[in-house]
Design a protein around this ligand. Structure first.
Ligand SMILES: CC(=O)[C@@H](O)[C@H](O)COP(=O)(O)O
Ligand SMILES: NCC(=O)COP(=O)(O)O
Length: 238
């Protein structure tokens, strides 16, 4: 059964909007775990518009499940932050500066040597590495030679197409996941997964290890409450 990591970026967005400490990010992380989350994900960005670098140090002290830090490893500040905190997992995302949200996976062919080098930096410190990739077989095959432990399949395209044609939407992910599994890679997934599309995704990707979900889950929590919402998401993964 795939594990659920709750991305708490949006809690930090809300907190930062008033400059104070309400909602308290650390308490929310603890509560997510108490309500059943099997991991906590954060994606600090250079402008610190939601997660601040300092939040990561505080979260590291309290997260008891899997701590997953996502971000752009081309930023030295991000690399230093991860190495200083040694989370269970780092997810490398090829964001460009000022990007609204993540919108593409790595070109694992063009960046093969760079990825081999940077992945080793984290793995030498005992940190599991996952890299963000589009569901493209060539990219998955080249991911396998970078030394990464896992890939995270970027699911925005799946989420967008799901309502029109879910069979068509899932097809490239099934293929990419089969290849990843054959090559010995672990499989994570995330971006725009929600209560409508999650169950079908998990049912069709049997080797799925983990999903990280933030935007939709935190939005749903406004209506259903955080505890109830986390339980609802966990039920989609059974
Ligand atoms: C890598 C990924 O898909 C998510 O981490 C997403 O980028 C969330 O980041 P924002 O909350 O900044 O949109
Ligand atoms: N890695 C994806 C993630 O952490 C959350 O993405 P989203 O659910 O906020 O789109």
């Amino acid at each position: 059964m795939a594990r659920l990591s709750v991305n708490i970026n949006k809690i930090a967005t809300l907190r930062n909007s008033r400059g104070g400490d309400n909602p308290n990010l650390i308490q929310v992380a603890k509560d997510c775990e108490r309500f059943g989350a099997q991991g906590i994900t954060v994606h600090p960005r250079p402008d610190e518009r939601h997660i601040r670098y300092n939040d990561v140090f505080e979260l590291k002290q309290v997260v008891k499940t899997e701590f997953n830090i996502e971000g752009n490893c081309e930023e030295q500040k991000f690399v230093n932050l991860v190495l200083a905190n040694k989370p269970e997992q780092v997810t490398l995302v090829p964001d460009i500066l000022g990007q609204l949200t993540s919108n593409h996976g790595w070109d694992t062919i063009a960046n093969q040597h760079y990825l081999q080098k940077i992945i080793k930096v984290f793995k030498d410190e005992g940190i599991r590495v996952s890299i963000f990739v589009d569901p493209v077989v060539e990219m998955v095959k080249a991911a396998a030679t970078t030394g990464t432990d896992r890939i995270e399949l970027y699911t925005e395209a799946y989420a967008t197409q799901y309502h029109q044609n879910k069979e068509q939407a899932i097809a490239p992910y099934v293929k990419a996941a089969e290849v990843a599994h054959e090559l010995g890679l672990g499989i994570n997934a995330g971006h725009d997964l929600d209560l409508n599309n999650l169950k079908y995704f998990a049912q069709n990707i049997p080797a799925l290890d983990e999903v990280s979900i933030g935007h939709a889950l935190i939005t749903d929590a406004l209506y259903y409450g955080l505890e109830n919402t986390i339980q609802m998401y966990l039920r989609q993964l059974v």
